[in-house]
Design a protein around this ligand. Structure first.
Ligand code: BES
Ligand code: MN
Ligand code: ZN
Length: 495
């Protein structure tokens, strides 16, 4: 879909998206529409109880006097409350009904959209951003779709008097590229996306100016990554570790590091998961997907910061060669781990990945993302990702980035008590704690591989990587959670 910004009035005969506030006068464009339809628009809105409340949507077809093929009214809420994130939702909700039609082009009337909290150019750009994200489809394996089952929308024009909408959108468009990449990666089936093919996709990002290094099993063996390799040893696919470097900041300055869990499929291993729902474990690489998308976004918009993204890629399979409950493995850090449940594999991958990241890059801050525990979904539903850190300043920065980006986070506890719960009788630690507090003990396990004094946060995104229903700026499926959060964290704190 092509996106354009225009100051000219919308040409007749196409679909219109009309955002409307709950209070104050209607926009000039809406007033013109009201006049052209001799008041029919106002009557229709009244009859349908459309007041402009947030998230209200009304599709009007065949209004007398209107030359438009259809008019989609979108509630924008109270003018004084309207934020940049609300503008994104307006764009997404506005375009959603069109995706079920054969409309080829549409115009958003955003002329009155300058409020206390968001300027006109920013609002128009965010409307476009939301529309683009909502229009995402993952159709590549559907070979028998009829023409009328595919969205036809080719062009979306945002009408705004603001001169800066286009430049404001340019950066958002790169962030959307990153979100789309993450959604694609998360949506791919595991027979297509496995460690080696995932690494190959990362390599393609060199076209954006990223430096991409791939380590194979032999190299990881030499480095002593017994934890990560133990997870992959039951799989026919070779495990990989990928590092993506974007050095757009001061030469030689320590980078921020993002580290992602990339379990391309998680059967649970010998501690096999039950069959129903196991298909969800194709997106157990959601942390790695988010890190990859964020790196693409940062490189795409040429962020003025040094950032590295490291992802541990494995497949957790049961097999004659698979690791067993009661195995003891040695990590790259030298610490030993008693494996009591082979389904608690993400922390094993991340432990070695974060250790390697610290040794190699000495990052000033390290943030890991992982679809780590079912327990975080019990705690936070599909509403927030869990934020675990003992660094209060980093917690504040991440929560601010969360609020600004729209990727919701909720801080969870990580205390000495949680570290005590993973003590083992036979090794330096065990890979599971008791059933209670499962997300905090999982975080503590990763914490065992974080050096003293290293600023670090862990984000458990198990409840957020996949949407089971449509949301305003995200159709159901892979969400791309984390890309906007990480991008905003860098923008606000490192540039
Ligand atoms: N990948 C899962 C966590 C998960 C569950 C992600 C549901 C998304 C949706 C993880 O590897 C896992 O299996 N965790 C176990 C840990 C347990 C064995 C201590 C879990 O949460 O049950
Ligand atoms: Mn698992
Ligand atoms: Zn897993």
């Amino acid at each position: 879909m092509k996106i354009a910004f225009s100051k000219a009035a919308a040409p007749a005969g196409m679909a219109l998206i009309v955002p409307a506030f709950e209070d104050g006068a209607p926009s000039a464009a809406q007033a013109a529409l009201e006049a052209a339809t001799s008041g029919a628009l106002g009557k229709a809105l009244k009859a349908a109880n459309f007041t402009g409340k947030k998230a209200q949507a009304l599709e009007l077809i065949g209004l007398q006097g209107a030359e438009e093929t259809r008019i989609i009214m979108i509630g924008a809420g109270k003018r004084a409350d309207f934020t940049a994130l609300d503008a994104e939702s307006v764009g997404g909700a506005g375009v959603a009904p069109l995706l079920r039609t054969q409309e080829k082009s549409a115009v958003v009337l955003a002329d009155g959209f300058s409020t206390e909290k968001v300027g006109a150019g920013e609002a128009a750009a965010r409307i476009a951003f939301g529309a683009r994200l909502r229009s995402y489809r993952f159709d590549k394996y559907r070979t028998r779709l009829e023409k009328d089952q595919k969205p036809a929308l080719e062009k979306l024009t945002i009408n705004t008097p603001a001169a800066d909408a286009k430049t404001k959108f340019a950066a958002l468009d790169k962030i959307a590229d990153g979100v789309v990449l993450t959604r694609d990666l998360v949506s791919e089936p595991p027979n297509v996306l496995y460690p080696e093919s995932f690494a190959a996709r990362c390599k393609e990002l060199e076209a954006l100016g990223l430096k991409v290094t791939v380590l194979g099993a032999k190299e990881m063996q030499k480095l002593g990554m017994g934890m990560l390799l133990g997870v992959g040893q039951g799989s026919a696919r070779e495990s990989k570790l990928v590092a993506m470097e974007w050095m757009g900041g001061k030469k030689g300055a320590a980078p921020v590091a993002f580290v992602g869990k990339g379990v391309c499929f998680d059967t649970g291993g010998i501690s096999l998961k039950p069959g129903p729902g196991m298909e969800d474990m194709k997106w157990d690489m959601g942390g790695a997907g988010a890190v990859t998308g964020a790196m693409a976004a940062l490189a795409g918009r040429k962020a003025k910061a040094n950032v590295v993204g490291v992802i541990g890629l494995v497949e957790n399979m049961p097999d004659g060669a698979a690791q067993r409950p009661s195995d003891i493995v040695t990590s790259m850090s030298g610490q030993t781990v008693e494996i009591l449940n082979t389904d608690a594999e993400g922390r094993l991958v991340l432990g070695d990945a974060v250790w390697w990241t610290q040794e190699k890059y000495k990052p000033k801050t390290m943030i890991d993302l992982a679809t780590l525990t079912g327990a975080i979904i019990i705690s936070l539903a599909h509403e927030y990702a869990g934020l675990f850190t003992q660094d209060d300043k980093l917690a504040d920065q991440l929560q601010a980035a969360s609020a600004a980006s729209g990727d919701p986070l909720w801080r969870m506890p990580l205390a000495k008590a949680h570290f005590d719960l993973i003590k083992s009788d036979v090794a330096d630690m065990k890979n599971i704690g008791p059933r209670e507090g499962g997300s905090s003990t999982a975080a503590a396990f990763i914490g065992k591989f974080v050096k003293d004094g290293q600023s670090w946060a862990h984000l458990d995104i198990a409840g957020m990587a996949w949407n089971s229903k449509d949301k305003p700026i995200c159709p159901k499926g892979g969400s791309g959670f984390g890309v906007r959060l990480l991008d905003e964290y860098i923008r606000a704190n490192c540039e």
